[in-house]
Each structure stands twice: as structure tokens, then as C-alpha cells.
Design a protein around this ligand. Structure first.
Ligand code: FES
Ligand SMILES: [Fe+2]
Length: 422
């Protein structure tokens, strides 16, 4: 692993203890990117792999990425779930090339070594040689040559994997507030997958983590949200942070003020040129989908370190997962969810509302572009220069009952800084 430098060899300047300054090199330096694979994705964290409803039957599999490692997730006849690296124990070939599917065993295309769904080596062609000649040496023990498996644990239908031999307790890792939100979004009704989307964004994966922890931009960047009442500065809302990991729950909620929002909105946007009260949709059906849940939350975004986001935006429900592809590129994978109990009308409404989210979503379109702009903008910044995170207050990293803040982003950096050993 000589290509991965020790943290002490990377000189980074974190001048503020409250992480209100973040050195730009974390988004661009290839050495830091390589170190993240070792210090985060292959270390003591739980990485999101899939949702259990994607693997209903024995033999079902899905693939995913943990940092730069591709992983296959299988369900076996005994209903157990296994995850292994997508690389043959013989000479390393990629085993599975489909994104998802069904198989009775894992067969390597190269020399046809075969593995059980739990990753045990079960077949080596010509192991005893041909015509009494050749073959594997005596003492070759198949039990020693299984696939490289991960620890797997599930909660609320979410399947997590860890490369760590000693991973943290999953429930502690998620934290009490995240658990309550997982329960609200994914457990109280049984989810079903409505569809998938992948989007490659030319920006660092941590910029996306900043974006989803950043309600400050929600009512500024997104013309659609502002204009059609999805998120406005007059809404109630705030953030809740979970434990040491600083998993973040951002939420906005409709309030009485919203009924009278026009005058507030006009005041809030004075001089920005962003708010145009004359803009109208020819077909507003998309914005009139009723919320399923009676709790009135308009947007709830749960961000779980390092790469999982479970988001309710208006009446869309989705699992978003980040797959870093180098310091300057991230793949965002979105699993759109409905629920088994949905009526056909509710399913239709969710498919309609899904147009808010994704690569060309009326809202998310701008997030991808914002990441690209930042990545472009910081490429040539001098080492030792920093982004500024002071909105909403500096100092303590704590819950708020207001939305215009960057405190949850500082929470992300506080944990990142710790786990990376900077
Ligand atoms: S590399 Fe897989 S069987 Fe040879
Ligand atoms: Fe956004």
C-alpha cells in the first residue's frame, strides 16, 4: 500500500477547531482520495449496500460500490445475506458484470472457478489434473480460497457492509435520531422500488455530503422550490445531529406562516432577483401531490456518514448513495421508493413527483451543477486556502431550529477530520 501516504505526510491546515474553515485540498488531492479508501471506506464504518426488498428470493443479487471497491450482495437459501468483493480468489477477475439479477452460484468467466452464494470456493476445474498430469498441488485447500467477504448487518431493511474485523455496533453507529427517521421513512410502511437512476457529477463526493447538509442553499439555488412553495425561508425547520458521527437530519415543515408566505417571501428575496411571483406552471399537478404522512414535514433529509442519504422531498422517497470515482467525480445512485400499501393513484403521484429529483430533476438538476461549479472553482486555489462555514453561527456544533445554517456541514467535517487521523 505504498501509494497511500500516512496522514502525517499530508500537510493540511485546519485553522478553526469548530471546522468553520475547510482546506480545499480535501476535494482535489489524489493522495487524500487514496487515503479515504483506507481510513473511511475500509475502516470502522458501516457502508450502505442495498435494501432488502431488492433481494426477495434466494439467488438474488445486487452490486454496489464502497469507495473504489465493487461489492456483490447475495441472498442464500437460508435467507442470509452475504457481501463479497467482486474479484475472483484465483487471479482477481471481476466475477459479476450485471448490476443486479439472479444466480444459483457465482462462476468466474476466466477459468470457471465457482463459489457458493456465501462466497465459498466450491469448484476448481481440472483440480486433479488431466490424464493424471498437472492439477493443483496436494494440500490445496478450497476452504482457504473463498471470496473476500464483508461483515453484514441489516436494520430497517437497509443492508450495511463493513470491511472492519471489528465494526462498531450498527445501532450505535446510526444513532437514535437516525433510527427514528429510518423507522418513519422505511419501516412503518413496507417499501417497494419504483425505479433507479444513476448520475455522474463532476465533483468530489464530499461536496455532495455538504450539499445535503446545507439547507442554506435550498431556498436560494433552487428556483423551482422557491417559486412553487416547496422550500421557502419562511418555513419552519432545522437540523438534528446524531452523536459523534454527526449524522444529520435536516427538515422543513409547513407552518402557519406559509399560508401568508407571499409577503414574507418577497421580503426575504428583496434584491436577489430570484423570486418571480409571476412565474406560473402550465400544469401544476406535480406540486399538488398530497403528502402521505400526516406529520406535515415538507422535506426531511437524513444523511448518514459516509455516503448514505435517505430523503423525503415533498412526497418523493428515495435512497441516495454516493460512489466516489476519483477526487473530481462522484456517481450518485438513486433508488426511488413507493410503498406496498400505496394505491395506484399514490404510485402514479410518486412517479410524477419523482421529476423533482435526479439528474434532470426540477430541483436536483441545480445541485449537480452547483457541485461542478465548486469543483471547477477550487481546482487552482492555492494550498492553504479554505472554504468559509459560518452561516447559522460558529463554535458549538449543535441542533438548530432554523434552516439557514452550515452547522451540520461542520459536523460532517468534525467526524471526517477525526476518522482520517488529520
Ligand atoms: S481469475 Fe477467476 S477463475 Fe481464474
Ligand atoms: Fe439542493
Amino acid at each position: 500500500m505504498s501509494k497511500v501516504p500516512y496522514p502525517s505526510q499530508i500537510s493540511l491546515d485546519w485553522p478553526k477547531k469548530d471546522f468553520s474553515r475547510v482546506p480545499y485540498e480535501v476535494f482535489t488531492d489524489p493522495h487524500i482520495y487514496a487515503l479515504e479508501n483506507e481510513r473511511i471506506f475500509r475502516a470502522d464504518v458501516w457502508n450502505y449496500l442495498a435494501h432488502e426488498v431488492e433481494l426477495p428470493n434466494a439467488g438474488d443479487f445486487v452490486t454496489n460500490w464502497i469507495g473504489s471497491t465493487q461489492v456483490v450482495v447475495t441472498r442464500d437459501k437460508d435467507q442470509s445475506i452475504t457481501a463479497f468483493e467482486n474479484s475472483c480468489a484465483h487471479r482477481g477477475a471481476q466475477l459479476v458484470t450485471q448490476v443486479r439479477g439472479h444466480m444459483v452460484k457465482v462462476a468466474c468467466p476466466y477459468h470457471l472457478w465457482t463459489y457458493s452464494l456465501k462466497g465459498d470456493l466450491i469448484g476448481v476445474p481440472m483440480a486433479n489434473g488431466v490424464n493424471g498430469k498437472g492439477g493443483m498441488p496436494q494440500g490445496f485447500d478450497k476452504a482457504q480460497h473463498g471470496l473476500s467477504t464483508l461483515q453484514v448487518q441489516c436494520h430497517g431493511g437497509l443492508i450495511f457492509g463493513s470491511f472492519s474485523k471489528n465494526p462498531p455496533d450498527l445501532l450505535e453507529f446510526l444513532g437514535p435520531h437516525s433510527l427514528s427517521q429510518i423507522d418513519r421513512l422505511l419501516v412503518q410502511r413496507k417499501p417497494k422500488v419504483l425505479g433507479y437512476l444513476r448520475q455522474r457529477i463532476p465533483g468530489n463526493w464530499k461536496l455532495y455530503n455538504e450539499n445535503v447538509r446545507d439547507p442554506y442553499h435550498g431556498s436560494l439555488l433552487h428556483q423551482f422550490q422557491v417559486s412553487f412553495g416547496l422550500q421557502q425561508p419562511t418555513m419552519k425547520g432545522g437540523i438534528k445531529l446524531d452523536g459523534d458521527l454527526k449524522n444529520t437530519w435536516n427538515h422543513s415543515i409547513l407552518s402557519d406562516a406559509d399560508k401568508d408566505h407571499q409577503k414574507w417571501v418577497e421580503k426575504a428575496y428583496e434584491g436577489t432577483g430570484k423570486y418571480n411571483p409571476n412565474m406560473k406552471m402550465a400544469d401544476p399537478a406535480l406540486t399538488q401531490v398530497p403528502l402521505d404522512l400526516a406529520d406535515g414535514y415538507k422535506t426531511t433529509i437524513l444523511s448518514i456518514f459516509p455516503t448514505l442519504i435517505i430523503a423525503q422531498v415533498d412526497n418523493t422517497y428515495a435512497i441516495r448513495h454516493l460512489r466516489p470515482k476519483g477526487p473530481n467525480l462522484v456517481e450518485l445512485h438513486i433508488t426511488y421508493l413507493g410503498f406496498e400499501s400505496d394505491t395506484p393513484k399514490q404510485t402514479q403521484d410518486k412517479l410524477l413527483a419523482a421529476n423533482l429529483i435526479g439528474p434532470s430533476g426540477y430541483i436536483s438538476l441545480e445541485d449537480g451543477e452547483a457541485l461542478r461549479l465548486v469543483q471547477e472553482g477550487i481546482q487552482s486555489r492555492e494550498p492553504g486556502t479554505h472554504e468559509v462555514l459560518e452561516m447559522g453561527g460558529v463554535g458549538a456544533i449543535q441542533d438548530t431550529d432554523y434552516l439557514s445554517q452550515e452547522i451540520s456541514i461542520r459536523g460532517f467535517w468534525s467526524h471526517y477530520h477525526k476518522i482520517m487521523g488529520f
